[in-house]
Design a binder for this molecule. Sequence first.
Ligand SMILES: [Zn+2]
Length: 417
Amino acid sequence: MSAPVPPRHQLLVGCSVVDVETGAVTAGAAVRILDGEIVDLGPEAEVRERMPLAEAPVEVDLGGAHLLPGLLNMHTHFSLALPGTRGAEIAGFDAHALALYMADGARRTLMEGVTTVRCVAEKDHADFALRDAIAAGRAVGPRILTAGRALVCTGGHGHEGSDTLECDGAVGFRRGVRSQIKAGADLIKVMISGGIAGEHEQISTPQLHRDEMEAAISTAHAWGRKVTAHAGPASVIAEAVALGLDCVEHGYQLTPEVAAAMAAQGTALVPTLVVTRCGAFFDELGVPAWMQKRSLDAGPRHRESYEMALEAGVTVLLGSDMPPFWHFEGTSATVRELEYMAEFGLGPVKALAAATIEPARWLGVDALVGSIAVGKRADLIAVDGDPTADVSALRSLRWVMADGVVVRDDKAGVSRG
Ligand SMILES: [Zn+2]
């Protein structure tokens, strides 16, 4: 299979274009695309007026849909193997089976409108091969930015799998960072506390010494890579934020003080609200009772943490931790997370930004993706209903364009998935 070549010149019409930075909606809009790049947008009549006569575009009528930029999911694992029966099956895959499994997840993810992902711990460096195959058109999936293996202390959170690398001491963590960058990492992920999925730890267990955190963060920064940390308790997060940490995953137990420090330092939060609210998903995977209990019990405090972050003005970014495409409570895990983010205080317009332009900025790819603007790549999704009024409109996702190629069109029966 070779990558499909999009029509060189396309005009999307019959749509309302959503500006995720302002929440403004332009009805009766058109978007002109040339070689996969957005070259014009605005009211349809104006775009037609400005259109060069020489080359007629292929017109795509979106039938009154709202057009959004493709979603960015900042906490993804295509090789996730949780404790339990399903996880054991995945953990037992050989390299070939694992690569195919991950490619299938990537394809499903794109079909759910997620056009960019940030992978934050993947097995055996298969993520680098997947990222490069998608970029070269040999596999179907979202743009991938990836941390490779997450760095963890001996016996620390996630040490059981080949998606982590055990390091100890400052020298060990420096070497760990360099080894992931050598393999191709776009960013660094480090586990600085316990979590939900570790049997011998608590969410509150600190796992790295200060010199280890300092070594990981300063080495990554010297090489121009950002660092995100799996972290629960406030005291551990406070220490890492003071050392220049760029992003916190989960943040189950924030306090107003640490939230204020994050806001001041510019440290983002990927709250992954669904992971403490997904009993049905755990049941489906055969996740053991102890883990389900720890997860669901953490839910109320987790929500409180998120609310503290919003109150303090921390930049929040959408990440599901669950496979981004997973069908869950009537939609994808990505859209369910978006709904929780909006409902728990962010509101629809800022939630849309947290799923698009804000992650693009964190990743440094906002010149390319994250909003519908001239000069950006045509990563676009169409939904029925106005998502700036209610993000649940994304449940009606029915059309996906990636880099100028229509990969899903439910009305036309098109699915590259
Ligand atoms: Zn995770």
